[in-house]
Design a protein around this ligand. Structure first.
Ligand code: FE
Length: 174
């Protein structure tokens, strides 16, 4: 390392990052209205991938639900962090309403059904989901699941369909 003439709090780090480290992800316009960036998930439900972490098994997305959208009843074996950016929503299984600025932690063992109430045209929520989510019937029978790999797959198919090519997802995968 070269001797630095002068060092203060604005002196940037001088060394290379570890060569095994993965590149950062920077999404300048995460809330974009460019519909190609929003992957359809079910009726009136989309997600915008931000980080699809296949090496640690979690995914970070923006969830967008339009009027009358429902996110199917599901169980979380691992914790989830959420932060509401726009609109309002609730879980059928809880008595609170999440609104712009609300933070939510969903502990392992949570099973819930997300609905957007009357009068809300659109909600957008940041979610970090770990491991997987299991779609279940009202008595907990598992009907299906999502994990980081099914999410990557949905993204590939969508980006191919809208003309961006399936490799477009790679910028979000680590
Ligand atoms: Fe959930």
């Amino acid at each position: 390392m070269n001797k630095l003439e002068k060092v203060d709090e604005l002196t940037p780090y001088q060394l290379d990052f570890p060569k095994e480290a993965l590149p950062e992800i920077f999404v300048k316009d995460a809330l974009t209205t460019d519909e190609r960036m929003w992957v359809p998930q079910s009726d009136n439900v989309w997600f915008r991938p931000l980080c699809l972490n296949r090496s640690q098994g979690y995914w970070v997305t923006l969830l967008k639900v339009k009027k009358s959208g429902v996110l199917s009843r599901h169980r979380h074996p691992q914790g989830v962090h959420g932060f509401v950016i726009k609109g309002r929503w609730e879980y059928l299984e809880h008595d609170w309403v999440a609104e712009e600025g609300s933070y939510i932690y969903e502990p392992p063992g949570e099973t819930h059904t997300l609905v957007v109430p009357e009068g809300v045209d659109e909600m957008i929520t940041f979610f970090q989901v770990n491991g997987m989510m299991c779609y279940v019937d009202p008595l907990g029978k598992v009907l299906g699941y999502d994990d980081v790999f099914t999410k990557i797959d949905l993204c590939k198919k969508h980006f191919l369909r809208v003309g961006l090519g399936e490799d477009f997802v790679n910028q979000f995968v680590r």
